[in-house]
Write a protein that binds this ligand. Structure first.
Ligand code: GUN
Ligand code: ZN
Length: 436
């Protein structure tokens, strides 16, 4: 039986603060206490109040001067693209051929996949990311390697083998039949194993034949509690090519809907070039969107319209999309989200940015029953943010006159140096923890 308490400033969201930053959506305890029993949240509140009721034997970790908040949740990222992050000079389709497809071939080797998966997950933890929805590669052994590394760490992760059977190098092609069979074997091995979940992962409609999309749709119907994970309407050339390949479909989203790939637990990365009808359909079917600001800027894809998406009622979570994205830091990603919205005369208060990377992301992934904030009974995945982590963030923090101001500055100045510790189910996964 493990009973522990953590004392620090504590911030978490209980709902979407929205563009107007409703203060009722968030809780902040200047001198807070987070109480954890057997890996789950037992209580959160003011330290003085909670300390009075605490059993004397409970171990208390003192993080005074630091800020505890829920573990960060990355709604879309490619583990196999870790080593091609920040590759120069092209937009999506050229970037895929020049860099992504070249690197992903190496993941046929299980050993190589395992090595990158371990490095990738360590980077996530270092950056305070405790959960993610992850693309592997077309090779099922790369998904196995990833799930093994994930299980070892006890992180809550959802991932899947990529399905792609056209418009890509021969060595990266599966087919409709193997897509079904290999995904099915992985689902049976990993879906619901500990904290792991499986995502049926057609790369995008450009690289799947109709036969393969149909097979993916059959999987999605046969295993209704798995996730679906793909890309949608990222780049103008991609969107034009989809229209050429599927002339009978009203829109790019309609292609996925036609094949049964738009349902609850379907998550679509990007969604930059949708119309109102698409957003309404997405909302009606229960799909969700991963907003990938660093990737959208880096690949010159476009600006994500958060206001329209939120107005349509589609859940939105934040995502890094590494290697198209340029940082695994969800703090940095929030800062770039702010800038993307600035260019559209939209705004993003710090509280909402943090929401999009925690509870909002958990909702988009249908994981909010387990993670996303400090509601009693949820898994105790949390991070300890140290505003003094770098000299510049320290100077800015010392000049801040409110918690909002401090949090906002961390979206731009914060990175892995400011993540003092990352906890999974109440145990330190990274950084200093004298008691574990
Ligand atoms: N669309 C299809 N594949 C990819 C990928 O690997 N990265 C990004 N950003 N978009 C994609
Ligand atoms: Zn992606």
């Amino acid at each position: 039986l493990m009973h522990r308490a953590f004392r620090a400033s504590i911030f978490h969201c209980i709902d979407d603060p929205g563009a107007a930053s409703s203060p009722a959506a968030c809780e902040y305890f200047e001198d807070g206490l987070l109480v954890v029993r057997d890996g789950a949240i037992e209580a959160v509140g003011n330290a003085e109040t909670l300390l009075r009721g605490l059993q004397p034997a409970t171990r208390i970790e003192d993080f005074s001067g630091k800020l505890i908040q829920p573990g960060l949740v990355d709604c879309h990222v490619h583990f196999a693209q870790l080593d091609i992050i920040a590759s120069y000079g092209t937009q999506l389709l050229d970037w895929l051929s020049r860099y992504a497809y070249v690197e992903e071939r190496r993941f046929a080797a299980r050993e190589y996949a395992a090595q990158v998966a371990n490095a990738f997950l360590d980077e996530l933890l270092k950056n305070g990311t405790t959960s993610a929805l992850v693309f592997a590669t077309v090779f099922p052994q790369s998904a196995d390697a990833f799930f093994e590394a994930a299980a070892e760490r006890g992180m809550r992760l959802v991932a899947g083998k990529v399905l792609m059977d056209r418009n890509c190098p021969e060595e990266l092609c599966d087919d409709a039949e193997s897509a079904y069979a290999e995904s099915q074997a992985l689902i049976e091995r990993w879906h619901g194993h500990g904290r792991l979940g499986y995502a049926i992962t057609p790369r995008f409609a450009l690289t799947s034949t109709s036969e393969q999309l149909e097979a993916a749709g059959k999987l999605a119907a046969d295993y209704p509690d798995t996730w679906i994970h793909t890309h949608l309407a990222e780049n103008p050339d991609e969107v034009a090519e989809i229209a050429r390949l599927f002339p009978e479909r009203r829109s790019y989203l309609d292609v996925y809907d036609h094949f049964g790939l738009l349902r609850d637990r379907a998550v679509f990365a990007h969604c930059l070039h949708l119309d109102d009808a698409d957003r309404e359909l997405m909302a009606a079917r229960g799909g969700a969107v991963a907003f990938c600001p660093t990737s959208n800027l880096f690949l010159g894809s476009g600006l994500f319209d958060l206001q329209s998406m939120a107005a349509s009622g589609v859940p939105v979570g934040l995502a890094t999309d590494v290697g198209g994205g340029t940082s695994l830091s969800m703090l940095r990603t929030m800062g770039e989200a702010y800038k993307v919205l600035q260019l559209q005369q939209q705004t993003l208060p710090a509280s909402r940015a943090l929401y999009l990377g925690t509870l909002g992301a958990a909702r988009a992934l249908h994981l909010d029953e387990h993670i996303g904030n400090f509601a009693v009974g949820k898994e105790a995945d949390f991070i300890v943010i140290d505003p003094q982590g770098s000299s510049i963030s320290a100077r800015r923090a010392n000049a801040a006159t409110s918690v909002d101001e401090l949090l906002f500055s961390l979206l731009f100045l914060g990175d892995d140096r400011n993540i003092a510790a990352t906890y999974l189910q109440g145990r330190a996964a990274k950084g200093q923890d004298s008691l574990s």
